[in-house]
Write a protein of this length. Structure first.
Length: 132
């Protein structure tokens, strides 16, 4: 970075460069391109735990351990009954609706970021897949 005549400003510049640019280079919001920038998934899980297991009450240690055991048992059953999907199945109907949505889209407003990355304006985002 460029040096300045103001010693306080130069000291701040050096601090900022050392602390944030060199030791923590990816601290800012846009540094992880195409990855989630919110913790909505974690908050959703916390809400489910509070609603289904803790009933929004603080639990004693013994109650918490029993509740955690029930929760792990339920999660284990759910993952055994619903195995991890290794491929996505698309129906012909979905493909037709996606094609029709694409035909209505103003492609001049779509920003191409890379090989398979696009940004669609928020006004187009609300179109949905219905043909209304």
């Amino acid at each position: 970075m460029k040096r300045t005549a103001d010693k306080n400003l130069d000291a701040f510049r050096k601090y900022f460069e050392d602390q944030w640019l060199l030791s923590l280079p990816f601290w800012y919001e846009g540094s992880a391109n195409l990855s989630p920038s919110t913790n909505n998934g974690l908050e959703s899980l916390n809400r489910k735990i509070k609603q289904m297991y803790a009933l929004r009450n603080k639990l004693s240690l013994s109650s918490f351990l029993q509740t955690a055991e029930y929760m792990l048992y339920d999660c284990s059953l759910a993952s055994a009954n619903t195995p991890f999907a290794i491929q996505i199945e698309f129906t012909d109907d979905l493909a037709v609706r996606a094609y029709q949505w694409l035909q209505k889209l103003d492609r001049a407003k779509v920003l191409h970021l890379g090989a398979a990355s696009y940004v669609v304006p928020s006004s187009e985002q609300k179109m949905g897949t219905s043909l209304s």
